[in-house]
Design a protein around this ligand. Structure first.
Ligand SMILES: C[S@@+](CC[C@H](N)C(=O)[O-])C[C@H]1O[C@@H](n2cnc3c(N)ncnc32)[C@H](O)[C@@H]1O
Length: 309
Protein backbone atom coordinates (compact mmCIF):
# COMPACT_ATOMS: atom_id res chain seq x y z
CA UNK A 1 0.00 0.00 0.00
CA UNK A 2 2.78 2.44 1.01
CA UNK A 3 4.52 1.62 -2.29
CA UNK A 4 1.37 2.39 -4.30
CA UNK A 5 0.99 5.75 -2.54
CA UNK A 6 4.68 6.52 -3.16
CA UNK A 7 4.39 5.69 -6.82
CA UNK A 8 1.22 7.84 -7.15
CA UNK A 9 3.11 10.74 -5.62
CA UNK A 10 6.05 10.12 -7.95
CA UNK A 11 3.73 10.12 -10.99
CA UNK A 12 2.02 13.30 -9.82
CA UNK A 13 5.34 15.11 -9.41
CA UNK A 14 6.86 13.88 -12.69
CA UNK A 15 3.63 14.69 -14.54
CA UNK A 16 3.86 18.28 -13.25
CA UNK A 17 7.54 18.67 -14.16
CA UNK A 18 6.96 17.40 -17.70
CA UNK A 19 3.81 19.44 -18.31
CA UNK A 20 3.87 22.57 -20.41
CA UNK A 21 4.06 24.89 -18.52
CA UNK A 22 5.71 22.86 -15.75
CA UNK A 23 4.21 22.95 -12.28
CA UNK A 24 4.77 21.72 -8.73
CA UNK A 25 1.77 21.62 -6.39
CA UNK A 26 2.08 24.08 -3.46
CA UNK A 27 1.60 21.14 -1.11
CA UNK A 28 5.25 20.24 -1.87
CA UNK A 29 6.49 23.43 -0.16
CA UNK A 30 5.79 21.72 3.12
CA UNK A 31 8.33 19.39 4.62
CA UNK A 32 9.60 20.23 8.10
CA UNK A 33 11.85 23.01 6.79
CA UNK A 34 9.07 24.37 4.56
CA UNK A 35 6.68 24.55 7.52
CA UNK A 36 9.35 26.35 9.55
CA UNK A 37 9.98 28.80 6.70
CA UNK A 38 6.24 29.47 6.45
CA UNK A 39 6.18 30.21 10.16
CA UNK A 40 9.04 32.70 9.60
CA UNK A 41 7.03 34.34 6.78
CA UNK A 42 4.17 35.00 9.21
CA UNK A 43 6.55 37.20 11.26
CA UNK A 44 7.53 39.39 8.29
CA UNK A 45 6.31 42.97 8.22
CA UNK A 46 5.34 42.61 4.52
CA UNK A 47 3.21 39.50 5.11
CA UNK A 48 0.00 41.02 6.49
CA UNK A 49 -2.45 38.02 6.24
CA UNK A 50 -1.50 36.24 9.49
CA UNK A 51 -1.43 39.49 11.49
CA UNK A 52 -4.69 40.83 10.07
CA UNK A 53 -6.56 37.51 10.39
CA UNK A 54 -5.46 37.21 14.03
CA UNK A 55 -6.68 40.81 14.63
CA UNK A 56 -10.10 40.04 13.12
CA UNK A 57 -10.42 36.92 15.27
CA UNK A 58 -9.43 38.81 18.43
CA UNK A 59 -11.68 41.82 17.83
CA UNK A 60 -14.74 39.71 16.96
CA UNK A 61 -14.20 36.63 19.08
CA UNK A 62 -17.43 36.86 21.05
CA UNK A 63 -19.55 37.33 17.89
CA UNK A 64 -17.67 34.54 16.13
CA UNK A 65 -18.14 32.07 18.98
CA UNK A 66 -21.80 33.09 19.28
CA UNK A 67 -22.32 32.32 15.58
CA UNK A 68 -20.60 28.93 15.95
CA UNK A 69 -22.40 28.07 19.23
CA UNK A 70 -21.57 24.65 20.68
CA UNK A 71 -19.67 22.03 18.71
CA UNK A 72 -18.29 18.62 19.67
CA UNK A 73 -15.22 18.60 17.45
CA UNK A 74 -13.00 21.14 15.77
CA UNK A 75 -11.36 19.77 12.61
CA UNK A 76 -8.62 22.09 11.37
CA UNK A 77 -7.45 21.84 7.76
CA UNK A 78 -3.76 22.58 7.12
CA UNK A 79 -3.28 23.23 10.84
CA UNK A 80 0.49 23.96 10.67
CA UNK A 81 1.65 25.23 14.07
CA UNK A 82 -1.91 24.93 15.49
CA UNK A 83 -1.65 28.44 16.99
CA UNK A 84 -4.81 29.95 15.52
CA UNK A 85 -7.13 27.44 17.14
CA UNK A 86 -6.20 28.47 20.70
CA UNK A 87 -8.86 31.20 21.11
CA UNK A 88 -11.50 28.73 19.86
CA UNK A 89 -10.37 26.05 22.30
CA UNK A 90 -10.58 28.65 25.09
CA UNK A 91 -14.08 29.82 24.23
CA UNK A 92 -15.82 26.83 22.64
CA UNK A 93 -14.12 24.05 24.65
CA UNK A 94 -14.82 21.19 22.23
CA UNK A 95 -14.42 17.60 23.39
CA UNK A 96 -12.10 16.86 20.51
CA UNK A 97 -9.64 18.61 18.19
CA UNK A 98 -8.45 16.94 14.98
CA UNK A 99 -5.59 18.65 13.17
CA UNK A 100 -5.02 17.68 9.52
CA UNK A 101 -1.85 18.52 7.65
CA UNK A 102 0.40 17.15 4.93
CA UNK A 103 3.52 18.13 6.92
CA UNK A 104 2.91 15.63 9.67
CA UNK A 105 6.18 15.70 11.68
CA UNK A 106 5.84 19.47 12.13
CA UNK A 107 2.15 19.03 13.00
CA UNK A 108 2.81 16.32 15.60
CA UNK A 109 5.33 18.46 17.44
CA UNK A 110 2.97 21.50 17.39
CA UNK A 111 0.07 19.37 18.63
CA UNK A 112 2.11 17.96 21.51
CA UNK A 113 2.75 21.53 22.74
CA UNK A 114 -0.92 22.42 22.32
CA UNK A 115 -2.06 19.35 24.23
CA UNK A 116 0.19 20.30 27.17
CA UNK A 117 -1.88 23.50 27.44
CA UNK A 118 -5.30 21.81 26.94
CA UNK A 119 -4.96 18.35 28.54
CA UNK A 120 -8.73 17.87 28.83
CA UNK A 121 -9.30 18.04 25.06
CA UNK A 122 -8.79 14.84 23.06
CA UNK A 123 -6.38 15.73 20.22
CA UNK A 124 -5.28 13.92 17.09
CA UNK A 125 -2.69 14.82 14.45
CA UNK A 126 -3.78 13.37 11.11
CA UNK A 127 -1.62 13.13 7.98
CA UNK A 128 -3.95 14.10 5.14
CA UNK A 129 -3.93 15.70 1.72
CA UNK A 130 -6.91 18.04 1.71
CA UNK A 131 -6.88 18.37 -2.07
CA UNK A 132 -8.41 14.86 -2.01
CA UNK A 133 -12.07 14.13 -1.12
CA UNK A 134 -12.44 14.32 2.68
CA UNK A 135 -14.58 11.95 4.68
CA UNK A 136 -15.14 11.74 8.45
CA UNK A 137 -17.25 8.60 9.08
CA UNK A 138 -16.20 8.49 12.75
CA UNK A 139 -17.65 11.97 13.30
CA UNK A 140 -21.05 11.32 11.68
CA UNK A 141 -22.97 11.89 14.91
CA UNK A 142 -20.85 14.80 16.08
CA UNK A 143 -21.37 18.50 15.53
CA UNK A 144 -18.23 19.54 13.63
CA UNK A 145 -16.63 22.93 13.21
CA UNK A 146 -14.26 22.85 10.25
CA UNK A 147 -11.58 25.50 10.74
CA UNK A 148 -9.53 26.61 7.74
CA UNK A 149 -7.54 29.76 8.52
CA UNK A 150 -4.53 31.28 6.76
CA UNK A 151 -6.17 31.92 3.37
CA UNK A 152 -4.80 28.61 2.08
CA UNK A 153 -8.13 28.30 0.26
CA UNK A 154 -6.48 30.70 -2.21
CA UNK A 155 -4.32 27.78 -3.41
CA UNK A 156 -7.48 26.17 -4.86
CA UNK A 157 -9.01 27.50 -8.07
CA UNK A 158 -12.53 28.93 -7.42
CA UNK A 159 -14.22 25.74 -8.83
CA UNK A 160 -11.95 23.57 -6.64
CA UNK A 161 -12.81 25.76 -3.63
CA UNK A 162 -16.53 25.21 -4.39
CA UNK A 163 -15.96 21.44 -4.47
CA UNK A 164 -14.14 21.50 -1.13
CA UNK A 165 -16.93 23.59 0.45
CA UNK A 166 -19.62 21.22 -0.87
CA UNK A 167 -17.62 18.31 0.56
CA UNK A 168 -17.39 20.03 3.98
CA UNK A 169 -21.06 21.13 3.97
CA UNK A 170 -22.04 17.49 3.29
CA UNK A 171 -19.83 16.24 6.13
CA UNK A 172 -21.54 18.72 8.51
CA UNK A 173 -24.95 16.96 8.09
CA UNK A 174 -26.82 20.26 8.58
CA UNK A 175 -25.14 21.33 11.82
CA UNK A 176 -21.88 22.97 12.90
CA UNK A 177 -20.13 24.65 9.97
CA UNK A 178 -16.95 26.13 8.58
CA UNK A 179 -14.87 29.01 9.97
CA UNK A 180 -12.52 30.19 7.24
CA UNK A 181 -10.09 33.04 6.57
CA UNK A 182 -9.53 34.39 3.07
CA UNK A 183 -7.42 37.16 1.59
CA UNK A 184 -9.25 39.95 -0.26
CA UNK A 185 -8.39 41.73 -3.51
CA UNK A 186 -6.51 44.93 -2.77
CA UNK A 187 -3.84 47.32 -3.97
CA UNK A 188 -1.40 45.39 -6.19
CA UNK A 189 1.66 46.84 -4.39
CA UNK A 190 0.53 45.53 -1.01
CA UNK A 191 -0.11 42.12 -2.56
CA UNK A 192 3.17 41.86 -4.46
CA UNK A 193 5.21 43.12 -1.48
CA UNK A 194 3.76 40.35 0.70
CA UNK A 195 5.22 37.70 -1.63
CA UNK A 196 8.55 39.46 -2.33
CA UNK A 197 9.92 40.25 1.12
CA UNK A 198 13.27 41.99 1.47
CA UNK A 199 14.83 39.23 3.61
CA UNK A 200 14.13 36.66 0.91
CA UNK A 201 12.24 34.28 3.22
CA UNK A 202 9.44 33.74 0.69
CA UNK A 203 12.08 33.08 -1.98
CA UNK A 204 13.67 30.43 0.28
CA UNK A 205 10.20 28.94 0.97
CA UNK A 206 9.53 28.72 -2.78
CA UNK A 207 12.97 27.24 -3.57
CA UNK A 208 12.53 24.71 -0.77
CA UNK A 209 10.01 22.91 -3.02
CA UNK A 210 12.99 21.83 -5.18
CA UNK A 211 14.91 20.60 -2.14
CA UNK A 212 11.83 18.69 -1.02
CA UNK A 213 11.40 17.15 -4.49
CA UNK A 214 15.06 16.07 -4.53
CA UNK A 215 14.30 14.19 -1.33
CA UNK A 216 10.92 12.77 -2.46
CA UNK A 217 11.77 11.57 -5.97
CA UNK A 218 15.58 11.54 -6.00
CA UNK A 219 15.84 14.40 -8.52
CA UNK A 220 18.95 16.56 -8.79
CA UNK A 221 17.62 20.13 -8.93
CA UNK A 222 20.54 22.51 -8.37
CA UNK A 223 18.74 24.98 -6.14
CA UNK A 224 21.14 27.89 -6.59
CA UNK A 225 20.40 27.81 -10.36
CA UNK A 226 16.76 28.77 -9.85
CA UNK A 227 15.15 32.01 -8.72
CA UNK A 228 11.91 33.09 -7.07
CA UNK A 229 9.38 35.05 -9.14
CA UNK A 230 6.02 36.23 -7.77
CA UNK A 231 3.50 38.68 -9.22
CA UNK A 232 -0.21 39.52 -9.10
CA UNK A 233 -2.12 38.30 -12.15
CA UNK A 234 -4.84 40.96 -12.32
CA UNK A 235 -7.02 39.23 -14.87
CA UNK A 236 -7.25 36.09 -12.69
CA UNK A 237 -7.15 37.83 -9.27
CA UNK A 238 -4.30 35.70 -8.06
CA UNK A 239 -0.73 35.94 -6.87
CA UNK A 240 1.35 33.51 -8.87
CA UNK A 241 4.62 32.10 -7.60
CA UNK A 242 7.09 30.54 -10.01
CA UNK A 243 10.65 29.24 -10.01
CA UNK A 244 12.70 30.46 -12.98
CA UNK A 245 15.78 28.66 -14.34
CA UNK A 246 18.79 31.02 -14.37
CA UNK A 247 20.48 28.92 -17.09
CA UNK A 248 19.71 25.71 -19.01
CA UNK A 249 19.02 22.98 -16.43
CA UNK A 250 18.98 19.27 -17.19
CA UNK A 251 17.13 17.79 -14.23
CA UNK A 252 17.12 13.99 -13.78
CA UNK A 253 15.38 11.55 -11.51
CA UNK A 254 15.36 7.74 -11.45
CA UNK A 255 13.97 6.71 -14.84
CA UNK A 256 13.77 10.13 -16.51
CA UNK A 257 14.95 13.67 -17.04
CA UNK A 258 13.79 17.03 -18.36
CA UNK A 259 15.66 19.94 -19.87
CA UNK A 260 14.50 23.31 -18.58
CA UNK A 261 15.74 26.15 -20.80
CA UNK A 262 17.19 29.34 -19.28
CA UNK A 263 14.28 31.57 -18.26
CA UNK A 264 11.78 28.70 -18.25
CA UNK A 265 9.49 28.68 -15.23
CA UNK A 266 7.90 26.11 -12.96
CA UNK A 267 4.56 27.33 -11.57
CA UNK A 268 4.52 26.56 -7.84
CA UNK A 269 1.56 28.42 -6.35
CA UNK A 270 -1.60 30.37 -7.01
CA UNK A 271 -3.07 32.42 -4.22
CA UNK A 272 -6.51 33.60 -5.33
CA UNK A 273 -7.83 36.82 -3.80
CA UNK A 274 -11.58 37.32 -3.45
CA UNK A 275 -14.18 40.04 -2.96
CA UNK A 276 -16.37 39.63 0.11
CA UNK A 277 -19.51 39.18 -2.02
CA UNK A 278 -18.00 36.53 -4.30
CA UNK A 279 -16.63 34.50 -1.43
CA UNK A 280 -19.93 34.55 0.49
CA UNK A 281 -21.76 33.51 -2.69
CA UNK A 282 -19.46 30.49 -3.18
CA UNK A 283 -20.12 29.38 0.40
CA UNK A 284 -23.90 29.73 -0.04
CA UNK A 285 -23.86 27.83 -3.32
CA UNK A 286 -21.90 25.01 -1.67
CA UNK A 287 -24.82 24.30 0.66
CA UNK A 288 -24.23 26.49 3.72
CA UNK A 289 -27.46 28.38 4.42
CA UNK A 290 -26.13 31.05 6.77
CA UNK A 291 -22.91 32.97 6.18
CA UNK A 292 -21.60 35.66 8.53
CA UNK A 293 -18.47 37.65 7.71
CA UNK A 294 -16.03 39.85 9.60
CA UNK A 295 -13.27 42.02 8.17
CA UNK A 296 -10.58 44.46 9.34
CA UNK A 297 -11.05 48.26 9.04
CA UNK A 298 -9.05 48.37 5.75
CA UNK A 299 -10.93 45.36 4.31
CA UNK A 300 -7.69 43.51 3.68
CA UNK A 301 -8.85 40.10 4.89
CA UNK A 302 -12.11 38.26 5.56
CA UNK A 303 -13.13 35.72 8.19
CA UNK A 304 -16.41 33.88 7.47
CA UNK A 305 -18.52 31.48 9.45
CA UNK A 306 -20.65 29.38 7.12
CA UNK A 307 -23.29 27.36 8.94
CA UNK A 308 -26.94 26.35 8.76
CA UNK A 309 -30.21 28.14 9.67
C1 LIG B 1 -0.24 28.71 4.54
S1 LIG B 1 0.05 27.46 5.74
C2 LIG B 1 -1.16 27.89 6.98
C3 LIG B 1 -0.87 27.30 8.33
C4 LIG B 1 -1.85 27.69 9.42
N1 LIG B 1 -3.17 27.15 9.16
C5 LIG B 1 -1.92 29.20 9.53
O1 LIG B 1 -2.97 29.75 9.23
O2 LIG B 1 -0.93 29.81 9.94
C6 LIG B 1 -0.70 26.06 4.96
C7 LIG B 1 -0.72 24.82 5.81
O3 LIG B 1 -1.45 23.82 5.11
C8 LIG B 1 -0.67 22.64 4.97
N2 LIG B 1 -0.99 22.08 3.64
C9 LIG B 1 -0.64 22.58 2.43
N3 LIG B 1 -1.17 21.83 1.45
C10 LIG B 1 -1.85 20.83 2.06
C11 LIG B 1 -2.62 19.72 1.59
N4 LIG B 1 -2.79 19.50 0.28
N5 LIG B 1 -3.18 18.90 2.50
C12 LIG B 1 -3.02 19.11 3.83
N6 LIG B 1 -2.31 20.13 4.34
C13 LIG B 1 -1.74 20.99 3.47
C14 LIG B 1 0.76 23.08 5.11
O4 LIG B 1 1.59 22.03 5.56
C15 LIG B 1 0.65 24.24 6.10
O5 LIG B 1 0.70 23.80 7.42
Amino acid sequence: MALVIKSKLFQEIIGGLQANPASISPKFFYDELGSTLFQAITHLEEYYPTRVERGIMQSNLSQITQAIALVDVIVELGAGNCEKVRPLLDTISPKQYQALDISVEFLESALADLHDDYPAIDMQAIAADITQELSFPDLQDQKILFFYPGSSIGNFTPPEASCLFSNLARECHGRGGLLIGVDLVKDIHILERAYNDTLGVTAAFNLNALRHLNHLIGSNFSISDWEHYAFFNQSLNRIEMHLRAKSDQLVSWPGGCHLFRAGEMIHTENSYKYSKATFQKILHEAGFTQVTAWTDPESNFLVCFAGFK
